[in-house]
Write a protein that binds this ligand. Structure first.
Ligand SMILES: Cc1cc2nc3c(=O)[nH]c(=O)nc-3n(C[C@H](O)[C@H](O)[C@H](O)COP(=O)(O)O)c2cc1C
Length: 186
């Protein structure tokens, strides 16, 4: 038996205190320490374009190309996109703070600002997006007070200049570039 197995160094590591799991505010604060980008999830419906600001978007798989996001069960926007069976993702740039705000408000004309394009599948994409993806829904499942939606990317932009809009601790931020993943370790 090696020394490592007899007295692992981790035995001396202090244990962290836990917050009461029922405290939803503190859970939201904990999650807020994880920075994300912001995208618009949008679709063309029979009644016109609909869309919402989303920060739960993430990549899932390269082969096949899958993405996901989590709409609230109560989202009236998602209720309109769901029957379409697909949507476009517009990745917002750091100049899109107002767009993100507008696309999270109710009873406003969300498409009233910005220039718009149609994706290959016919969904609205903001013209100066950092990137866009067309996706068709593969499967959905209820996940607590949200749905988990996994969708297959069918078309996407391959390049985009500029910096992303960053959402962190409930506010909008800009990216500060420190170096790539291959930068030397300290
Ligand atoms: C930065 C940001 C991120 C958001 N992320 C999500 C999300 O991941 N899922 C979601 O359902 N709503 C999210 N929202 C809220 C929606 O944008 C919006 O408030 C909601 O769609 C409004 O309700 P409605 O769908 O009934 O119009 C986010 C809002 C903001 C500002």
């Amino acid at each position: 038996m090696t020394d490592t197995q007899i007295s692992p160094v981790s035995a001396a590591w202090p244990r962290l205190e836990r917050t009461a799991p029922s405290d939803q505010r503190s859970f939201r604060d904990a999650l807020g320490r994880y920075p994300t980008g912001v995208v618009l999830v949008s679709a063309m419906t029979d009644d016109g374009p609909v869309g919402m600001a989303v920060n739960s978007f993430t990549s899932v798989s390269l082969d096949p190309p899958l993405v996901s996001f989590c709409p609230m069960l109560t989202s009236t926007t998602w209720a309109k996109i769901r029957p379409v069976g697909g949507f476009a993702i517009s990745t917002l740039r750091d100049c899109h703070t107002d767009v993100s705000r507008l696309f999270s408000r109710r009873d406003v004309d969300r498409f009233g600002i910005g220039e718009w394009r149609l994706s290959p599948a016919g969904h609205p994409v903001i013209a100066d997006a950092l990137g866009w993806i067309d996706a068709t829904v593969e499967w959905m499942t209820d996940a607590g007070d949200h749905e988990l939606v996994v969708a297959r990317a069918t078309a996407w932009s391959e390049s985009g200049d500029g910096d992303p809009l960053v959402f962190y601790r409930g506010g909008y931020h800009r990216l500060a570039v420190e170096g790539g993943p291959d930068a030397p370790l300290p």
